[in-house]
Design a protein around this ligand. Structure first.
Ligand SMILES: Nc1ncnc2c1ncn2[C@@H]1O[C@H](COP(=O)(O)OP(=O)(O)OP(=O)(O)O)[C@@H](O)[C@H]1O
Ligand SMILES: [Mg+2]
Length: 617
């Protein structure tokens, strides 16, 4: 789907009506381009449907005149007129139905397409984006904002057909009473004036409302999924209060929206009266003239007034459409802004498929900052094929950042990371990420069966392979104890499993993917000793025959690493094997001894090294 760029510059300071309309259409145009002919077709049908009313109006006068002229002779044919009317209205009904139904299908389709490409857009955005906006915001953008777009197409079609109808009626009026019509035309534009500020109001309140809806969605998302924390901190009533508060704020905005929205019709009605008033005055004036009979005046003006009255409907509708277009515009602006957010991690057009790693991963003078502050500076490191490289350092020193750069969750700010000499930015994201397995402290499990969770990313694997992976990850035994074994659905976020069990599933998942490169970020720090031993065994089978970059707080677990890289303030402080580093009497030895001391003396197993450390991933 070609969702990326719109062909228009950003709205900027453009505020005139035309550009608003253009902008709003600009958002949906790419999606309905392929249905353009269908739309034209629907417009034609709508025009035909809306031409019925003026033509009926136009026929009234000649028919009545003819009947009045022929008197008795006309009598046998009188039934033709009412029957003809019934027929015409039935035909009109058929056209209206067909036009509306086709249009609605078209709209549903277009809105679905926009939603799909918004989703696609969000999924492709880099992680940095996900840190800036909440899940609730993104959900409301995809669901609520797009819902406003479904009005634009039918409203535009409607606007066109209402305009035609209006023009037709105006034509009829001029045909019957040119002088009077001219008079009416002078007051007519005044009727459109109030729609101006009503429209502005609708747009403003729509935007405000959508902003609140996003806040509400984020809040619900947070408190529903963080309900344990909410309860544990006795915040239930506070959260309910907070929810009520935002909901009432939204209600206030909706009240205002309702007020302006419902003002349109009455305003137009009142303005319409201003249009009719001079006509009535003129008619009364004619009655005062000698020789004018009441019947004559009413006969000649009846049809005219009828036509003017018929104008009220299209006028009112046009006013409403105008207001709604303004509110859709508010939503369109937000959607457009979303599409304009560019992912920072992009694939170069001539990206190559990265061949399986043969030699080494190299961090070459890598510097990195998330925002303004340098997190890594001139960081150099190599991991040769089959090596286990351990990253060590105090909390916040930049260990997770180092590993996050490898699958390009973020791109380096300076320097380069290469795999066998190929800059990872020159490779396709897919071929790069397929080579890397990531096991982190926080295991994300989908609301799906155990088997499917293990199979995630390796759909082509058989159940035997899944079981083999689970066995190697020491997960098979506990999986077999679950009610339906591998077919057990594990709840949202796998709440029914323990931390260690979840981690072993994550390890099984990585084993099944079988990537040549492995990233382990504190994979064992959340566990007690027994669970850790299980996970450690699982990890040992995972690490085998792979190039691994491991972060572990418990230094005892990485003593056998091929190389230990000590990071301090985003720089490599020292590196070497455990023995070498211990001999150096440097940072590593200090960390190691401190930890050794703490584990020897603390009763609480967790108060080692970086007690209370939280990873930011
Ligand atoms: N997404 C982010 N946006 C901005 N700053 C970040 C982000 N992630 C980490 N940082 C900052 O970068 C620095 C390094 O963080 P990093 O997560 O790499 O540390 P770490 O060595 O993994 O720590 P720990 O041992 O606690 O996991 C910290 O100062 C942290 O505040
Ligand atoms: Mg970390």
């Amino acid at each position: 789907m070609s969702h990326q760029r719109k062909n228009k510059p950003p709205p900027g300071a453009k505020k005139d009506k035309m550009s608003q309309f253009e902008m709003t259409w600009g958002v949906i145009r790419p999606y309905f381009a392929q249905y353009r002919w269908k739309l034209y077709y629907v417009i034609v049908i709508s025009l035909i449907a809306s031409s019925f009313e003026p033509s009926i109006a136009v026929m009234v006068k000649p028919v009545f005149n003819a009947v009045a002229e022929h008197k008795e002779e006309a009598r046998p044919l009188l039934w033709v007129v009412p029957l003809g009317m019934i027929f015409l209205f039935a035909l009109r009904g058929a056209f209206v139905f067909y036009a509306k139904y086709s249009l609605e299908k078209l709209v549903l389709k277009v809105v679905r397409d926009i939603q799909v490409s918004l989703y696609q857009h969000f999924m492709f955005l880099s992680l940095a984006h996900y840190e800036r906006s909440t899940t609730g915001e993104m959900m409301s953008r995809t669901v609520n904002d797009t819902a406003h777009m479904n009005r634009i197409i039918p409203m535009t079609v409607d606007a066109i057909s209402q305009t035609f109808q209006l023009l037709g009626l105006i034509g009829v009026c001029f045909y019957m009473e040119p002088k009077l019509s001219l008079l009416a035309m002078i007051v007519f534009p005044a009727a459109l004036l109030p729609t101006q500020w009503v429209g502005t109001g609708m747009r403003r309140y729509t935007k405000k409302g959508l902003r609140e809806v996003a806040v509400i969605n984020s809040m619900m998302q947070e408190t529903y999924s963080g309900t344990k924390v909410v309860k544990a901190f006795a915040m239930v009533t506070r959260e309910i209060e907070r929810y009520r508060e935002i909901m009432y704020k939204l209600l206030g905005i909706q009240y205002k929206y309702a007020r302006v929205k419902n003002l349109i019709s009455p305003l137009l009605g009142a303005m319409g009266a201003i249009g009719i008033a001079p006509i009535v005055y003129y008619a009364l004036l004619r009655l005062t003239e000698p020789g004018e009979s009441a019947a004559g005046v009413i006969g000649s003006m009846g049809a005219f007034v009828g036509a003017v009255a018929l104008m009220y409907n299209p006028l009112r509708k046009l006013g409403e459409i105008f207001g709604h277009l303004n509110s859709a515009y508010g939503a369109a602006e937000r959607i457009r802004a979303t599409f304009e957010q560019q992912t920072t991690v992009t694939e170069s057009p001539d990206a190559i498929v990265l061949p399986p790693m043969q030699n080494e991963i190299r961090y070459h003078r890598v510097s990195f900052k998330y925002e303004d502050e340098w997190v890594l500076q001139d960081f150099n490191m190599t991991a040769k094929k089959g090596e286990l490289v351990a990253l060590v350092g105090v909390s916040g020193s930049g260990k997770s950042t180092v590993v996050n750069l490898l699958p390009r969750f973020y791109d380096v700010s300076e320097g380069a990371i290469t795999i066998d000499g190929v800059d990872i930015r020159k490779a396709t994201l897919r071929s790069l990420r397929l080579q890397i397995g990531v096991v982190t402290q926080e295991t994300f499990l989908f609301n799906d069966t155990v088997a499917n969770n293990i199979k995630y990313g390796s759909d082509d694997k058989t159940i035997e392979e899944v079981i083999a992976a689970a066995q190697a990850a020491y997960a098979h035994d506990f999986v077999m104890k679950l009610p339906s074994g591998y077919d057990t659905v594990i709840g949202e976020r796998g709440v029914r499993l323990s931390g260690g069990e979840r981690q072993r599933l994550a390890i099984a998942r990585a084993l099944l993917k079988d990537p040549p490169i492995l990233i382990l970020d504190e994979a064992t720090s959340a566990l007690d000793t027994a669970a850790e031993r299980e996970v450690q065994k699982a990890l040992d089978s995972l690490v085998k025959n792979r190039t691994t970059i491991a972060i572990a707080h418990r230094l005892s677990t990485i003593r056998h690493a091929s190389k230990i890289v000590v990071i301090k303030n985003g720089k490599v402080a020292e590196q070497g094997t455990h023995t070498e580093l211990m001999a150096r009497e440097g940072e590593y030895k200090r960390l190691y001894e401190m930890q050794f001391f703490l584990t020897e003396h603390a009763t609480d197993h967790y108060s080692d090294g970086d007690a209370g450390a939280e990873t930011s991933d």
